[in-house]
Design a protein around this ligand. Structure first.
Ligand SMILES: NC(=O)c1ccc[n+]([C@@H]2O[C@H](COP(=O)([O-])OP(=O)(O)OC[C@H]3O[C@@H](n4cnc5c(N)ncnc54)[C@H](O)[C@@H]3O)[C@@H](O)[C@H]2O)c1
Length: 323
């Protein structure tokens, strides 16, 4: 079988995570690497192989599928060039930044006959797969969610709004995608934000109301320390609370007494516990089978829309309603 040739644009942290996974997948070959800092591509090539390309065009000439793994603001330009070159695209989150770019990239992706998948890896993390399975059998009423960070200094650009598009595009957007995945489409949101540690809004309280009547509170802080669990969903059902603790654990407390059951995933390798292995596998499945990827450009677009709607609600001091 002919291997799918993978080209990676941006060989920093996440580019290496995906590169390492694909270097072990018998269906793929890491064929091309491009980074604006060539030493980074050289370092990656030393560990997983691949041609070190000196331009993005050279990379596009040497692969079938492009992984967009450079910082947020670059995604639109790199992903557009890859689609226009007829490549399959795996675009790291965020899909892009800002509504204008999100609309443009959605139209570009929809016009492509190739696969376009967005890197919302948490959908594949076993803890969230388990949560979805349990919620499928028990309609949740409401939830309390937090998605915190300890700092915006690592990598250095995470504190630069000109590169990230805003704090919410960093980690918070993962759980914006997650609440759609778990609870359905959103009808309305109200949001409050404030600024403390960084030169942008860095602290958020949001209430989401869903089209199916479900509602949840959502807190996100940029400088809350790395207190465990920095990421948590508590879903409240009929005499039942199901709680996740990062990607490590799910606790299911079901009934009127104080019993609970724990599902623990902490012994799994991080790249599987966080869903990276599984999302990379599904990208290749979609390419080989000609099927729609499990996280589409429209899903990426919706997550950007939620980020921008929260900023809009805070700016205007009004709720935002969705069609
Ligand atoms: N899904 C996840 O869990 C996850 C985790 C981390 C990062 N990310 C996303 O992945 C992207 C990269 O994050 P990271 O942590 O790997 O950052 P990083 O700084 O470690 O790596 C980014 C690399 O891109 C290179 N680069 C910058 N501009 C470029 C360009 N125009 N063309 C080619 N290379 C360029 C940089 O030199 C650097 O080596 C970000 O958008 C981030 O939000 C996703």
């Amino acid at each position: 079988m002919k291997k799918v040739k993978i080209g990676i644009v941006g060989t920093g942290f996440i580019g290496n995570v995906h590169g390492s996974i694909y270097s072990r997948d018998p269906r793929t070959e890491v064929s091309a690497l491009y980074d604006i800092i060539p030493e980074r591509a050289e370092e990656t090539a030393r560990s997983i192989g691949g041609k070190i390309c000196l331009s993005r065009d050279e990379l596009l000439d040497n692969c079938d599928a492009v992984l967009v793994c450079a910082p947020n603001k670059t995604h639109i330009e790199i992903a557009t060039a890859a689609v226009e070159a007829g490549k399959h695209v795996f675009c790291e989150k965020p899909f892009t930044t800002g509504m204008n770019d999100a609309k443009t990239l959605l139209a570009t992706a929809n016009g492509s006959s190739k696969v376009f998948q967005v890197g919302h890896n948490r959908r594949f993390a076993p803890v969230y797969v388990k949560l979805k399975e349990l919620l499928g059998g028990d309609q949740p009423h409401s939830a309390h969610i937090k998605m915190n960070r300890g700092e915006l200094v690592n990598p250095v650009w995470t504190g630069d709004v000109n590169v990230t598009g805003g704090f919410l595009y960093e980690t918070t957007i993962h759980l914006f995608d997650m609440i759609r995945f778990q609870f359905g489409e959103i009808a309305e949101l109200v949001a409050f934000g404030s600024q403390h540690e960084y030169p942008e809004l860095d602290e958020f309280s949001i209430i989401f109301k869903f089209k199916n009547g479900f509602h949840c509170t959502f807190a996100s802080s940029s400088d809350a320390s790395w207190h465990f669990p920095f990421e948590r969903i508590e879903a409240f059902c009929h005499h039942r609370t199901i709680m996740t603790e990062e990607m490590d654990r799910l606790i299911d407390s079901n009934g009127m007494d104080a019993n609970f059951e724990t599902h623990s995933f902490h012994m799994r390798e991080k790249e599987e516990r966080w869903g990276y292995v599984q999302e990379d596998r599904t990208f290749i499945d979609s390419i080989l089978n000609g099927t729609e990827p499990p996280v589409t450009a429209l899903d990426g677009f919706r997550a950007v829309q939620l980020v921008e709607s929260v900023y809009e609600a805070i700016r205007s001091d009004r709720p935002v309603r969705f069609e």
